[in-house]
Design a binder for this molecule. Structure first.
Ligand SMILES: Cc1ncc(C[n+]2csc(CCOP(=O)(O)OP(=O)(O)O)c2C)c(N)n1
Ligand code: SF4
Length: 300
């Protein structure tokens, strides 16, 4: 796993499929590519079997573009819609039993550190809200308490989409779904607060209709997880099928939901702020200059 795995073996270029040559020559491996360049390079994730208009797919696509070193990244997934797309990407993908993803990622991340030492190999879990907050909850929480150094991304469509519409812990109170016809009786779980209490060094919420923000949170989360500790991103990725959102209204829905109950939030621990500043030159977390004394006395 490195840039070498996408290179051609000597003399084989002409025998490789056109798609593969395109990936080697015009893909993002070994380059710094931004989401603003979408459409001008070969993406790691292109074809997938997800529903037309699925916001989860757009989010996964953006997230993969934002990986700081895609050639040194392994994704981990579980049962649910997301893995149908993630497994089509041209980077390694590990698939465990439903809910096992954070246990698998813990072992993988530790093993990669033993094998490759200081050379960063990033592990990124992407799983549905059911896989993260329900079935995989215990493993997720314990990986955070242990400060395992990988990123967990919840693809929060607020339903079990892949199995036809059961409620999850992340479904909103009162929501009526095909297989929850009486309406959810409990509140949506506060996984953000749990992530902070469990010691995650970085916690953020995003929606996919702000690609630059998705890019920014993914990069920070992956970089912080390399050395500081667990990081968690919760992304609203609507299920247009189970919530009957017309395909042409998916982005409008994301905007409405963002304004209403999924505002952008970001928590960065002090250690993570220092690390991003010193190691990667982030300026956002430098102490703000004190207001000039004259300005203060004028106000008084
Ligand atoms: C151990 C186990 N139990 C149940 C299932 C069936 N199953 C597959 S996907 C899924 C629900 C997925 O919901 P979620 O994690 O929210 O992801 P989504 O499909 O909504 O993206 C279930 C219950 C399974 N594959 N394995
Ligand atoms: S069922 Fe929902 S979450 Fe799954 S692929 Fe279709 S729109 Fe996306």
């Amino acid at each position: 796993m490195s840039l070498d795995y996408v290179k051609f073996s000597g003399g084989f270029e002409k025998f490789m499929p056109k798609e593969y040559r395109d990936m080697v020559e015009h893909g993002p491996f070994g380059k710094k590519i931004a989401v603003s360049q979408m459409g001008s390079f070969k993406e790691i994730l292109e074809e997938h079997p997800m529903c037309a208009g699925c916001a989860m797919t757009l989010f996964i696509r953006l997230a993969i573009i934002a990986f700081p070193n895609p050639e040194d990244t392994i994704t981990v997934g579980t049962a649910g819609c997301g893995r149908l797309a993630i497994s089509q990407a041209a980077i390694p993908f590990v698939y465990g039993n439903y809910g096992d993803q954070n246990g698998v990622a813990s072992g993988l991340s530790r093993g990669l550190r033993l094998r490759f030492g200081d050379k960063p190999k990033d592990v990124v879990v992407m799983a549905g809200d059911g896989g993260t907050a329900d079935i995989g909850f215990q493993q997720v929480l314990h990986s955070w308490f242990r400060k395992e150094r990988f990123t967990t991304i919840m693809l929060d469509n607020e339903v079990y989409g892949n199995t036809g519409g059961q409620e999850s812990g992340m479904t909103n109170r009162g929501a009526v779904l095909k297989m929850a016809p009486l309406g959810k009786k409990f509140e949506k779980m506060d996984m953000l607060q749990m992530a902070k209490v469990a010691g995650c060094a970085y916690v953020a919420t995003v929606v996919p209709n702000n690609p630059r923000r998705v890019e920014s949170v993914i990069k920070k989360a992956v970089l912080i997880a390399r050395e500081v500790g667990s990081t968690y991103i919760q992304a609203y990725t609507s299920c247009n099928i189970e919530y009957a959102i017309p395909t042409d209204k998916v982005m409008e829905d994301a905007k409405t939901v963002e304004n209403d109950r999924y505002q952008f939030t970001e928590y960065v621990s002090d250690e993570a702020k220092q690390y991003l500043t010193e190691r990667y030159g982030y300026k956002d977390y430098l102490p703000k200059a004190a207001a000039p004394a004259a300005a203060i006395s004028n106000k008084a």
